[in-house]
Design a protein. Structure first.
Length: 473
């Protein structure tokens, strides 16, 4: 009974042979052996890392389908790779990422797919033309690391994925800094919806690609067809919305009517951005208001516990067994993003293989000198209130005067310097700065420009900025 999994693997091999032919089978699968089956995880022994890459790149869809058919839908896969022939101690274990069969592996870029698919269905078609959802099959919930810091946005995403027609969280506006996993989380929603309803027209696209498609439609004078095509989508996932800042025609002439139509017809809208809606520049207020109709949630940077979990997960996918002290050290030092942790794992793997040395804290420290952004930015802790207080103290004025309509020279200079320093040292948009100072957006832009110009010839302004900035740091 204990060897039943090996008999099942023989059954899998027969199906694979029938699908790819004897010649390709003999080349790539004749030396693949099932060696372990624990907790519904099948381990395959393969000759080399080259085999692993070939199987993952060219046969994974077929292999995943066959494994689910023979072993069941919850089967997980990992590989043991013999780095040195005959030496079992040289084996490394690599987990295969869980891939969604509903999406399949993408072999085309977004621009290739966009070029192949028209922006509108043919006039003689009664039903919309099929299109690539542009979802990455590995960016699913199964490959998403969950912790306390991202539990709330994850819970919202999971609810939407399982209840796509529920208007409670429509639209879903997810914001956060670069590399924290926004794209992964919203793609996971799209994949789950496709798994539950393969006929659902789910589309993931970046704001930049949306802008390019709109520009192409404008050149071809096919904007109505462009809008009509997007209005037939069931779930729209629009990534990096901040890229549309200042693209007035794109947002007003295209995104606005698309949003209205989809929302009125109970179609799910999901956006990611690097800032909340109210801090977006160059987008009409009526569209910003609509972004906030549903739910807005921040995806924060991963906390320490989650960083440790992500490191272990990413390492296992690369065949690395990171020592606990290395995981603790890296997760304490690398606090920026998930993407940063992925880069560190890859760099540690490459350095260890290149130098043929064990993975230690010293190796990790050496790697991180080149891969981790040196955080000499106390700027990340500087906020609007600190800048106002420091500037008011420098000019010996009451901070309340800064928010008044006073045009006294020192107050006006202090106000403009606050605009300039907030623009330089914080992530606040010019609109957000204006709201905090009770000033118009245009006034803030003028103030920033005025300070930049005056620095070149007004020594007192340059000294004030340097002194205030030094006190903040």
């Amino acid at each position: 009974m204990a060897e039943e999994y090996k008999e099942k693997w023989k059954e899998c091999l027969d199906i694979i042979r029938d699908n790819i032919g004897t010649a390709r089978f003999d080349t790539w699968f004749s030396r693949v052996e099932a060696i372990k089956f624990v907790d519904n995880r099948l381990t395959l022994l393969i000759p080399s890392h080259f085999y692993y890459e070939k199987i993952e790149d060219h046969f994974l869809n077929l292999l995943s389908y066959v494994l689910r058919r023979v072993y069941g839908s919850d089967i997980k896969l990992e590989y043991e790779i013999g780095l040195i022939a005959g030496d079992e101690q040289s084996h490394v274990t690599v987990q295969s990422p869980v891939q969604s069969a509903a999406v399949g592996k993408r072999n085309k870029t977004a621009s290739q797919t966009a070029a192949e698919n028209p922006v509108a269905p043919k006039s003689n078609q009664k039903s919309p033309a099929p299109f690539d959802s542009q979802l990455n099959s590995t960016l699913n919930f199964e490959n998403y690391c969950l912790g306390d810091s991202n539990r709330l946005p994850y819970t919202i995403a999971d609810f939407i994925a399982n209840n796509p027609n529920n208007p409670k969280f429509n639209p879903f506006f997810l914001y956060g800094s670069v590399g924290v996993g926004k794209t992964h989380l919203i793609q996971a929603i799209g994949i789950r919806i496709k798994e539950r309803n393969p006929k659902a027209r789910v589309l993931f696209t970046t704001a930049r690609l949306f802008q390019n498609l709109y520009a192409h439609a404008a050149m071809q004078k096919t904007i109505p067809s462009f809008i009509n095509w997007f209005q037939q989508i069931d779930v729209l996932l629009l990534d990096d919305l901040q890229e549309l800042s200042g693209k007035i025609r794109t947002t007003d002439d295209a995104l606005f009517p698309i949003f209205n139509h989809l929302h009125q017809n109970n179609k799910q809208l999901i956006f990611t951005c690097d800032r909340p809606p109210m801090e977006l520049d160059g987008i009409a207020d009526r569209l910003i208001d609509r972004f906030m109709w549903g739910i807005t949630e921040q995806l924060p940077k991963p906390d320490l516990a989650l960083r440790k979990k992500i490191l272990s997960f990413k390492a296992s996918k690369n065949g690395l067994n990171l020592p606990k002290d290395v995981i603790d050290f890296v997760s304490e030092c690398a606090t920026s993003s998930v993407r940063e942790l992925e880069g560190i794992v890859n760099a540690i793997l490459n350095r260890s293989i290149t130098l043929n040395c064990p993975i230690t804290i010293d190796l990790a420290r050496d790697v991180m000198r080149n891969t981790v952004r040196q955080d000499d930015q106390p700027n990340s802790k500087i906020n609007f209130e600190m800048i106002v207080e420091a500037t008011a103290e420098y000019y010996h004025i009451d901070s309340e005067a800064i928010f008044s309509k006073s045009r006294v020279r020192d107050v006006a200079d202090a106000r403009q310097i606050i605009m300039y320093l907030c623009h330089k040292l914080t992530k606040l948009s010019s609109s957000a700065i204006g709201q905090k100072l009770n000033r118009r957006h245009a006034t803030v832009l003028h103030g920033i420009t005025a300070v930049e110009d005056r620095k070149a010839y007004a020594k007192e302004i340059s000294i004030a900025i340097d002194t205030i900035e030094s006190s903040l740091k």
